[in-house]
Design a protein around this ligand. Structure first.
Ligand code: AMP
Ligand code: MG
Length: 468
């Protein structure tokens, strides 16, 4: 099995070697052929299947990473990989290294009271969401395979146990830096050097590589969250241990692509205070970046310098969000009033609870009023402003329609669709997950199927708990 383990370059207190608890007689439920091709993974299906069941060759050096983090605003020093193991890195022919991480692999020293296991429902949700976001060009971890059964584990009831093979450049989280900072400046420097060497080598020749690293991570985080906002995506658990040092979408729990637009939408029904509500995400991203900046304190002692980077997060978020929303509205050239045009639209969609995705795509056919359009004066007023704004553009109607369709997905992983797939898989259908992955891999395709329409009232707005 040609996996290396570069995480062992770090001192031993950064991890613990742990072997997985295999999932005997599990079945292969999904194998991501697109990712196999993209990463030149020429292993036999049976090898991946074995690995994913937790039956590892003795040559591997699986480990659980140590980190800490802020959960719902409170520092938790006891975190670490509690139910996932870093198996090692796959090297692509051009020399890129990708972590392979087995989620649901059993207990580790960081499991606390957890059982170390994952269930089929939650790994399907992660597999599909990460592949859906990838197809939408949103930075994200990927998923290579799922195995499941026959054991059951208890969550809100008995559920099928499963494991997911997750793939990304790095599993290092903001929380890794919080832990290292607690250990002292030497450990912090070691971690920062490791991250720069392996993930940001272009920063090595900067005058101040640590400041450059912090800046780059914050900028990526700002752009990531701008992208989520533009897609009506609510992550749901933006704890600092779920924030990737690569600025990728990381750890999929009760996330949702919103149905009816609601500015204060909370996908996670355990989040009673709405800390991680949709409209809070940009601010929480900033809060998390402040925590990261605090962890960097001994490497970047000048507080003004750190604060300047946080200001740049805000600028970066605002400009990227505007850029993405303009494209969604079919606008090519910036205009100072665009902010208001966008804000007025969101207020209107929120007020009338309009389906976000169907509405946005319906703007590609402005001549044909869509049945989801609100019958209201405020909408008519907005539409008139929008039409006037379009007159300042040079694109013709067809070109603009194409631009809108290229930036507003027809195919969206709504929660009721994920639930439909989960129910079929739980009944034993081992084709359904990859069939839907393929469907989600071309989100901008014109598609007239029922799955691209406004969901029925009973299908809308399904919310989930943290339980996974
Ligand atoms: P999450 O909410 O999935 O981001 O997990 C937060 C922390 O709890 C991480 O350190 C996980 O490793 C750990 N954790 C979550 N679920 C389990 C479980 N079933 N068993 C052990 N640890 C878990
Ligand atoms: Mg997590």
């Amino acid at each position: 099995m040609p996996l290396i383990q570069n995480y062992r370059e770090l001192p031993e207190d950064f991890y613990t070697q742990v072997w997985p608890e295999p999932l005997a007689n599990a079945r292969l439920y999904a194998l991501n052929q697109d990712l196999m091709t993209q990463h030149h993974i020429h292993l036999a299906e049976t090898d991946i299947y074995q690995l994913c069941r937790g039956e590892l060759p003795a040559t591997l050096q699986p480990l659980a990473q140590k980190y800490t983090g802020h959960q719902f605003g409170y520092y938790n020093p006891d975190l670490g990989d509690g139910r996932g193991l870093l198996l090692g890195q796959w090297l692509t022919p051009n020399g890129q290294a990708f972590d392979w991480h087995l989620k649901g692999a059993g207990r580790t020293p960081y499991s606390r009271r957890g059982d170390g296991r994952a269930v089929l429902r939650s790994v399907i949700r992660e597999y599909l969401a990460s592949e859906a976001l990838h197809a939408l060009a949103v930075p994200t971890t990927r998923a290579l395979a799922i195995v499941s059964g026959p054991e059951t584990v208890w969550r809100e009831g008995p559920e099928m146990r499963a494991m997911l093979l997750r793939v990304t450049g790095s599993h290092i989280r903001f929380g890794h830096f919080e832990w290292a900072a607690d250990q002292g400046v030497d450990q912090l420097k070691t971690l920062a050097d490791f991250v720069i060497t392996h993930h940001y080598p272009e920063l090595l020749n900067q005058a101040d590589p640590y400041a450059a690293l912090l800046k780059e991570v914050m900028q990526r985080t700002a752009r990531l969250i701008a992208h989520w906002q533009s897609l009506g995506f609510n992550h749901g658990v933006m704890n600092t241990d779920n924030m990737s040092i690569l600025g990728e979408t990381f750890d999929f729990g009760p996330y949702a692509f919103m149905d009816d637009f609601k500015i204060g939408y909370i996908c996670n029904y355990s989040d009673t205070g709405g800390r991680y509500a949709y409209n809070e995400q940009p601010n929480v991203g900033l809060w998390n970046c402040q925590v990261l900046a605090q962890a960097f304190q001994s490497l970047i002692p000048n507080e003004n310098q750190r604060n300047a980077l946080l200001d740049e997060y805000i600028e970066s978020f605002n400009s990227h969000y505007l850029y993405l929303m303009r494209l969604k509205l079919g606008l090519q050239n910036p205009h100072p009033k665009d902010k208001h045009l966008i804000a007025d639209l969101l207020i209107c969609l929120d007020k009338h609870r309009v389906d976000f995705h169907v509405f946005m795509r319906s703007l590609a056919q402005l001549d044909t009023p869509h049945e989801c359009w609100p019958q209201s004066q405020d909408y008519q007023a907005w539409l008139k402003n929008y039409q006037q704004r379009l007159e300042l553009e040079t694109l013709n109607t067809n070109e603009r329609s194409q631009l809108i369709r290229n930036h507003n997905p027809a195919r969206v992983l709504r929660n009721y669709i994920a639930q439909h797939i989960i129910e079929l898989a739980e009944k034993g259908d081992d084709q359904v997950i990859d069939q839907w992955r393929k469907w989600l891999s071309t989100p901008f395709e014109d598609d007239d199927s029922v799955w691209t329409k406004v969901p029925k009232p009973t299908e809308k707005g399904q919310r989930l708990s943290c339980s996974s």
